[in-house]
Design a protein around this ligand. Structure first.
Ligand SMILES: NC(=O)c1ccc[n+]([C@@H]2O[C@H](COP(=O)([O-])OP(=O)(O)OC[C@H]3O[C@@H](n4cnc5c(N)ncnc54)[C@H](OP(=O)(O)O)[C@@H]3O)[C@@H](O)[C@H]2O)c1
Length: 271
């Protein structure tokens, strides 16, 4: 965030991070707490969320509200909308995602529907809730997307498709919402060293230090820096090259084949 004061003026005083307790979500919270934002944190597991809330309060004096619940559950979304409206949230970061890993035909339909609930219904509901009540002030929205949403992504087909949805939703809204003073940034990430990534790659012996993987902190900073500057950002030079090669140089069939090779060894990591 190049001009920290302006950033806080535009999007503060309070941010909501959906999927906040660890990895990239926690990195977003920490970056925002450093910028003196108060926070609303959402995740399913109470313990890690409370630990993070206590740490941010102690280190930065952040006022933290927690919402414990599953973003796939309409009741959780209703609670979040209520908190969002009553606590004057100016910035929404939708970070949580569910990835159903495996052959599409073999996956239980419940898992495929969960990717729609967490990765599509969740952001649509919260973004709509924010923008429809935020008429008299400026605000910001960050949607986490993935390179998996830029071409076919066999073995994570529903996840990849849901990320494509976020990529298009965010870029469309960046234009639509500009006149209302609301900035939108889509962050299209490659591999990030988070607990989720490390679990999904455990069998391959990857420690998360593979070339091209980025720290959660670097990705959170890049995404927040893009707000008000770019509607779409790809963190990391290697990822920008990969997106260029996959999307512009290679035929689609070849790009999808390469993605299939990358996703073939991923493991299910559902909690
Ligand atoms: N990691 C990567 O390599 C990578 C690559 C490209 C894109 N991305 C994108 O980056 C974002 C973060 O992914 P990540 O896997 O690295 O996760 P993360 O930020 O390390 O952790 C996910 C957070 O979301 C919460 N969460 C997950 N499902 C939830 C649900 N149904 N309801 C409420 N909270 C939920 C988790 O806490 P609880 O478990 O307690 O709910 C956790 O705090 C995702 O949008 C993903 O698509 C990640």
């Amino acid at each position: 965030m190049k001009n920290k004061q302006l950033f806080h003026q535009k999007y503060g005083p309070r941010a909501l991070v959906a999927g906040a307790s660890e990895g990239l979500g926690a990195a977003f919270c920490e970056e925002l707490a450093k910028q003196h934002f108060d926070l609303v944190l959402v995740a399913r597991r109470a313990e890690p969320l409370k630990e993070l809330a206590s740490r941010l309060s102690a280190e930065f004096g952040t006022e933290v509200t927690t919402v414990i619940g599953d973003l796939a559950d309409p009741e959780t979304l209703k609670n979040i909308l209520h908190v969002m409206q009553s606590r004057d949230v100016g910035l929404l970061v939708y970070n949580a995602a569910f990835s159903a890993i495996g052959e599409f035909a073999s996956l239980p339909i419940a898992q495929l529907n969960q990717s729609i609930d967490v990765n599509i219904r969740g952001p649509v509901t919260l973004v709509h809730g924010l923008v429809s009540t935020m008429r008299k002030r400026t605000g910001g929205i960050v949607l986490m997307s993935s390179i998996a949403g830029n071409q076919g992504a066999p073995n994570v087909a529903a996840y990849g498709a849901s990320k494509a949805y976020n990529t298009i939703l965010g870029q469309s809204l960046a234009r639509e919402l500009k006149p209302r003073g609301i900035d939108v940034a889509v962050c299209c990430a490659g591999a990030i060293r988070t607990p989720g990534y490390q679990l999904a790659n455990a069998r391959q012996g990857k420690t998360g230090e593979a070339p091209g993987t980025l720290s959660a902190k670097a990705v959170a900073r890049t995404a927040l820096n893009a707000l008000g500057r770019k509607p779409f950002v790809i963190p990391g030079c290697i990822n920008r090259i990969a997106v260029f090669v996959l999307g512009r140089l290679l035929p689609r069939r070849m790009a999808t084949w390469l993605m299939a090779k990358a996703t073939k060894k991923l493991e299910t990591t559902h909690r």
